[in-house]
Design a protein around this ligand. Structure first.
Ligand code: N01
Length: 487
């Protein structure tokens, strides 16, 4: 598997989730002998290790939500659940021999570029590491957003975030409150409600819910995908194409409005008329992630589940206070999402000439193709600014980025240089185009979401099709980068 030629340049990768593993595998295959992955957890998996709430899973089909170079995997159903995705990532780490490269329980605190040596020094809780190249693979959804509700210190029950599930708490016979109704909630709420005595969902904004088919693969399909050479890849590309054209519904306009009408008709069939106003969104579909579920709406109609649309004002010793009402509960699950706009935080990056990434990004995180930042030579970002999708697989985007990084490394070595840095005007032009294109997207539309900052900026999402992104990241152009040598 290792390329015999070998490459002595050292690379540090931060994070061992999908993107970190992908980068490490591709580097090792290309013959890079010195690849170090720094991972704060004690296992691989990233978000799929930490988000292990009941029925956690992926709303992208598994053959598409997996690496193009590891498509032969015995997925049990179309949309895999978290344990299966985590098992897949563990399998990839073993199969491609990456575990030996990973330093677990190693949290990165800072990275600084040394202009004299052309190297990055990375500071962690386990000492410092040095390499010519640094790749951040921490992603966008790595830090839970835990609102600081007034009175939380007085509350005597248990409080936890959905991304750090409290598996020790016995839900049976308990009154449980859930705050937030995004992608995480719609997955765990049905099984939580099955166990709890009463469940109260505090919903600030309703979500668009779309039914989906998630049948287990038949024995015949499993055998075909296992034994027919190339079939998993063909199936993956077919699934990719079926998803990618949907981007046309994520622009403001007629198609999106028609999509909204269709979703509304479907939801109205499942919801009694007196609850339409409370449960059917008024904003455009896609503005917040469209959620796939066959049992969420059915669950919130149950007599042992209540939906409260009043704002959570504060907590007291026994429960939640909203306006004039008090809801006594034994536990509160905050399914309140992630601090997704603060990409790469809290790691401090210092680039050339003492530039701090926090300062460069003070208005809004941005990077050339979401990958390279002017002033930060030899630093590459995976699943960085403006690379998130609402309609297709992020794994495809990550592979495009990894491919691009590999080609940047090749470009530097082919030119005989140690350092590579994107030009300022290249990055600026790219950012202007991305932001201009995003203005017509549905994410700029009529809702607040994690894709948007408080002042309406859009640092997270890519504006177009995944294939469009792939076209832009096939090959770095020499005139877009400055290359130089040290010493
Ligand atoms: O978080 P969210 P999530 N008081 O940000 C509410 C990915 N994911 O963890 O809508 C009261 O979607 C907030 O209300 P509002 C996926 O990309 C993927 O569910 O802002 N409520 C909202 O309802 C997804 O988009 C999968 O009005 C507060 C909720 O909390 C992303 O992760 C599965 C509040 C947060 O929803 C995040 O999903 C799961 C407050 N102070 C997740 N603050 C897959 O299937 C926030 N809220 C791949």
């Amino acid at each position: 598997m290792l390329n015999a030629s070998g490459d002595k340049r050292r690379v540090i990768i931060i994070g061992a989730g999908f993107s970190g593993l992908c980068m490490a595998i591709r580097l090792r295959q290309a013959g890079f002998h010195s690849v170090v992955v720094l991972e704060s957890a004690d296992d691989v998996g990233g978000t799929w290790l930490k988000n292990n709430y009941p029925n956690a899973g992926c709303d992208v089909p598994s053959y598409l939500y997996s690496f193009s170079f590891a498509t032969r995997y015995p997925w049990s159903q179309r949309y895999a659940r978290q344990p299966e995705i985590l098992a897949y990532l563990r399998d990839c780490a073993e199969r491609f021999g990456i575990r030996e490269n990973i330093h677990f329980q190693t949290s990165v605190q800072a990275g600084a570029f040394n202009e004299a040596t052309g190297c990055w020094t990375v500071t962690t809780n386990n000492g410092t590491f040095e390499a010519e190249f640094l790749v951040s693979a921490v992603g966008q959804l790595n830090r839970p957003h835990q609102p600081s509700f007034e009175g939380v210190d007085k509350y005597e029950g248990k409080v936890w975030h959905s991304a750090r599930w409290n598996h020790d708490f016995e839900l049976e016979g308990k009154r449980v409150a859930v705050i937030g109704n995004g992608a995480s909630t719609i997955q765990f709420l049905p099984s939580l409600a099955d166990k709890a005595e009463h469940t109260t969902l505090f919903q600030r904004t309703p979500s668009w819910i779309q039914p989906f088919r998630n049948d287990p693969y038949s024995s015949f399909a499993k055998a075909a995908l296992r034994f027919i050479p190339g079939l998993p890849s063909v199936y993956r590309w077919w699934t990719f194409a079926r998803h990618d054209w949907r981007i046309i519904a994520f622009r403001q306009g007629t198609i999106n409005r028609e999509y909204g009408r269709r979703l509304k008709r479907q939801m109205r069939k499942l919801i009694p008329e007196d609850q339409w106003e409370q449960l059917i969104p008024g904003y455009s579909p896609g503005c917040k992630r469209i959620l796939l579920s066959n049992d969420f709406l059915q669950t919130i109609m149950r007599p042992d589940v209540s939906v409260v649309s009043d704002r959570v004002e504060r907590l007291d010793a026994t429960g939640i206070v909203t306006g004039e009402n008090h809801y006594p509960v034994d536990a509160i699950v905050c399914a309140t999402g992630f601090r997704a706009n603060e990409l790469l935080s809290p790691i401090e990056f210092e680039g050339r000439d003492g530039l701090r990434l926090d300062d460069v990004w003070s208005g809004r995180p941005h990077a050339f193709r979401g990958i390279a930042v002017h002033g930060f030579p030899n630093l590459f970002l995976l699943y960085g600014p403006n690379t998130n999708l609402g309609h297709n697989s992020i794994v495809f985007m990550i592979e495009s980025q990894v491919n691009y990084v590999m080609r940047c490394l090749k470009l530097a070595s082919r030119q005989g240089h140690d350092c590579i840095e994107v030009h300022e005007d290249t990055m600026k032009r790219d950012d202007e185009e991305v932001q201009e294109r995003l203005e017509a997207s549905i994410w700029a539309g009529d809702c607040a979401s994690w894709y948007k900052t408080a002042d309406g900026k859009l640092p997270n999402n890519w504006w177009g099709s995944a294939i469009g992104y792939w076209l832009r990241t096939r090959k770095p152009k020499l005139n877009e980068f400055r290359l130089w040598s040290v010493g």
